[in-house]
Design a protein around this ligand. Structure first.
Ligand code: ADP
Ligand code: TYD
Length: 216
C-alpha cells in the first residue's frame, strides 16, 4: 500500500538527508508565508526515525553504544519504533488523515539496508514487509568514503554504524533494495539525488518536486 503525500529521505550516514530536511523546512515556511521555525503552521509534518518516542530514545542509546543489544533485537526495536511512528498518536497516519504531507528522515528502507547487513536479513524483511510505502523516496547517493569524511568532520562521537567498511556494505545493499522496489512497486516514485552537488542545488531539485504537497 502506498501512502499519498508521504515522502522519505534515505541514504548512508553523511549523505546529507538532515541538511536537506532543514532546507525543506525553510522552503515550506517561506512558501506558506509563515515565520521560519513554526512548524505546526505549515501543512507538513517533518519527522524522523529513530523517533523521539520511548523506543526511539532506547535505539539512540544503542546507537551511541551506551546500551548493548543483539543485532536482531535492534532490528525489532527499529520495527517497533516504526509501528508507533505510523499508528501512534500524532503519528504519520494521523497527520496524513488530517490533510498534511509527511516528510521523514529515514523509514523502513534504512532497516532493510542497515539491519539487512547487521542483523538477520530474513527477519528484517519479515518485520518490515507489511508497512505501507511512501509516495516519494529520495535516495541520497554518495561515495561511502566521502560520506564518512563528512561524518568525521561533523565532529560528533561516532555511532555504532558509522564505520567505513560497514557504510560500503550498506551503500551496496541500498542499491539492491531500490532496484527491487523500482520493479515491484511502480507506484512509489524513487528519486536519486547526487549528494556531491551543492546543498542549494539539491534543495532546489527537491523543492521543485515537493512544493505542491500536500495534494488533496
Ligand atoms: P546525514 O543526516 O545524512 O547523516 P548531514 O545532513 O548531517 O548527513 O550531512 C553531513 C555533513 O555533510 C554535514 O556537516 C553537512 O553540513 C555536510 N553536507 C550536507 N550536504 C552537503 C552537500 N551537498 N555538500 C557538501 N557538504 C554537505
Ligand atoms: P540518523 O539519525 O539519520 O543519523 P545521524 O544521527 O547521523 O543524523 O540515523 C541514525 C542511525 O540509525 C543511522 O546510522 C542509520 C541507523 N538506522 C538503522 O540502522 N535502521 C533503521 O531502521 C533506521 C531508521 C536507522
Amino acid at each position: 500500500m502506498i501512502l499519498r503525500n508521504f515522502c522519505v529521505f534515505e541514504g548512508i550516514d553523511g549523505s546529507g538527508t538532515s541538511t536537506q530536511i532543514s532546507e525543506l523546512k525553510k522552503a515550506f515556511s517561506l512558501h506558506h508565508n509563515k515565520l521560519a521555525g513554526i512548524d505546526d503552521q505549515i501543512p507538513v509534518l517533518f519527522t524522523c526515525e529513530p523517533t523521539n518516542g520511548p523506543v526511539g530514545v532506547l535505539i539512540r542509546e544503542a546507537l551511541r553504544g551506551n546500551v548493548t543489544v543483539h543485532p536482531d533485537t535492534l532490528a525489532r526495536l527499529f520495527a517497533a519504533d516504526r509501528c508507533e511512528h505510523l499508528w501512534g498518536r500524532e503519528g504519520i497516519i494521523a497527520a496524513l488523515e488530517a490533510g498534511k504531507a509527511v516528510i521523514s528522515d529515514r523509514y523502513l528502507f534504512s532497516s532493510l539496508a542497515y539491519q539487512g547487513e547487521a542483523a538477520d536479513r530474513e527477519l528484517t524483511w519479515e518485520l518490515n514487509k507489511n508497512y505501507p510505502l511512501p509516495e516519494y523516496l529520495f535516495y541520497f547517493d554518495i561515495d561511502p568514503e566521502a560520506a564518512m569524511d563528512r561524518v568525521v568532520s561533523r565532529g560528533q562521537t561516532l555511532e555504532i554504524f558509522e564505520k567505513r567498511n560497514f557504510q560500503h556494505q550498506v551503500h551496496n545493499r541500498y542499491r539492491e533494495i531500490l532496484d527491487k522496489f523500482q520493479h515491484t512497486e511502480p507506484g512509489m516514485t524513487i528519486i536519486y539525488i547526487d549528494s556531491r552537488e551543492s546543498i542549494q542545488t539539491i534543495a532546489e531539485k527537491i523543492w521543485s518536486i515537493l512544493a505542491p504537497l500536500p495534494i488533496l
